[in-house]
Design a protein around this ligand. Structure first.
Ligand code: BG6
Ligand code: MG
Length: 223
């Protein structure tokens, strides 16, 4: 039986990928002399701040050009730009259908936790007016491994005091679906089914997410 839902944030509840991209594009151009493009951005989804910087440096063939201290400075600078960009977020930035979906889950008393790689997640939830929906938030600083490792989604269920088999995870990134599946939870992909083909159930976009369909697919798999 489903007892709780573990959510990714970026790309599932709100679209922050464009702000991450804008901030990284500026740092890459101004400080690293690297011009990034949308296909690099796709690789940054679900990936931690430092891992994102390493992907950009590799893309620009500059992976051996900076010390860890210099990289920390770039990552902090990127975050400062990013925080300025997300500071204007409001409930209008919730992706279509997600507020209604969260309301439905709340009305049915499901546990809800957040499994986002973003250290800015509490700030974003506050801007969206969604803080009170989440019983627990996994602290990404407490993790040994990022997505696709199962640790973050496993913790998201553990914080709700439910078994992985009682949890549904929602994700827009392939690495996130791998994390959910590795944790032994029911995986719901939101986005291109070709990219998210390992999900137990897929919706093309947030507006299509349906609790009834999730319950039916979960029941099919678990009877
Ligand atoms: C994820 C995003 O949710 O959080 C990644 O998809 C981002 O693009 C990661 O790098 C870390 O975010 P932050 O806010 O801690 O830099
Ligand atoms: Mg995401």
């Amino acid at each position: 039986m489903i007892k709780g839902f573990v959510f990714d944030l970026d790309g599932v509840i709100t679209d922050t990928a464009r702000f991450h991209y804008q901030a990284w594009a500026k740092i890459a151009q101004d400080d690293l002399g690297i011009t990034i493009n949308p296909s690099v951005n796709e690789q940054l989804k679900g990936v931690s701040r430092m891992d994102s910087l390493n992907i950009i440096l590799k893309f620009g063939h500059r992976e051996n050009d900076f010390t860890q201290e210099q990289k920390e400075v770039f990552a902090t600078k990127k975050n400062d730009y990013y925080v300025a960009l997300i500071s204007h977020m409001t409930p209008a930035d919730i992706l279509p259908g997600m507020k209604e979906f969260l309301d439905e889950l709340r009305a049915e008393n499901y546990g809800m936790s957040l499994a986002s790689a973003s250290k800015n997640a509490p700030r974003i939830l506050a801007g969206l007016g969604l803080t009170t929906y989440f019983d627990k938030i996994v602290d990404p600083a407490s993790l040994r491994h990022g997505k696709p490792d199962p640790e973050i989604f496993a913790k998201g269920a553990a914080l709700l005091n439910i078994k992985p088999s009682e949890a549904v995870g929602l994700e827009d990134a392939f690495a996130g679906i791998q994390s959910i599946n590795g944790a032994g939870e029911f995986s719901v992909g939101i986005g291109d089914p070709k990219i998210l083909h390992e999900a137990d159930l897929n919706f093309n976009c947030t507006a299509e997410v349906s609790l009834a369909k999730i319950k039916a697919a979960y029941a099919d798999q678990n009877d």
